[in-house]
Write a protein that binds this ligand. Structure first.
Ligand code: FES
Length: 208
């Protein structure tokens, strides 16, 4: 697999690695695509709401380590509002790109940072636990990468319809039966959405 020099550099000499003692917030997320995990630790200045320190532990592949290293670099010294705007595309671009089947590693790193920030905000009463809505589903679908091209399924217009009613999710996907990644995408959608207690059933439909 062809990695950029930047990816190799952050993989061989990752920044901000290690468990943090007494963090103000933490989050561990796993990637349904491969089972890899990453944990992010945050220290936040209470007055300025600035990330004064950030570190991570990785239980995953080379690009999992490299993207976690980069995303923690990008987040350090930023306010929470600024850090919330860091996307997986930012991390990937800062690493001079990733192979398509490894783009989800960047999504995992960005997602874990965002969850750690959200956990901090909830713990400090800066925000409420968000309700589960159709928007939550769409946000989760934006994290699912179609491995063949390394783009998310929403940007690729593969999602035709999303419905949510009384705990039941209905999703229509525009992926034909001959597409070898169809099952993989459906499995990932289920794994992303099943973790929400509000979700009782997930139905995914494809064209004939
Ligand atoms: Fe899954 Fe890298 S995080 S292969």
């Amino acid at each position: 697999m062809q990695y950029s020099d930047k990816v190799m550099e952050h993989f061989m000499h990752p920044h901000n690695v290690g468990k943090m003692e007494n963090p103000d917030a933490t989050a561990t997320e796993g990637s349904p695509a491969c089972g890899d995990q990453v944990t992010v630790y945050l220290k936040v200045d209470e007055e300025s709401h600035t990330i004064s320190d950030v570190s991570f532990l990785s239980y995953g592949c080379a690009s999992n380590i490299a993207t976690a290293s980069m995303i923690t670099d990008l987040a350090k010294g930023k306010t929470l509002e600024e850090a919330k705007k860091i996307t997986w595309r930012d991390a990937m671009e800062a690493l001079d790109g990733l192979p398509p089947v490894k783009v989800h590693c960047s999504v995992l790193a960005a997602d874990t940072l965002l969850t750690a920030i959200s956990n901090y905000e909830i713990a400090k009463g800066l925000k409420e636990v968000p309700d589960f809505t159709k928007e939550t589903i769409v946000e989760e679908l934006k994290k699912i990468i179609y491995p063949k091209v390394g783009e998310d399924i929403v940007s690729l217009k593969m999602v035709k319809y999303v419905g949510f009613n009384h705990g039941e999710i209905l999703i229509d996907l525009n992926i034909p039966s001959f597409d070898q990644w169809r099952g993989n995408v459906a499995d990932e959608i289920r794994e992303h959405l099943e973790k929400y207690p509000d979700v009782k059933d997930i139905q995914i439909n494809f064209p004939e």
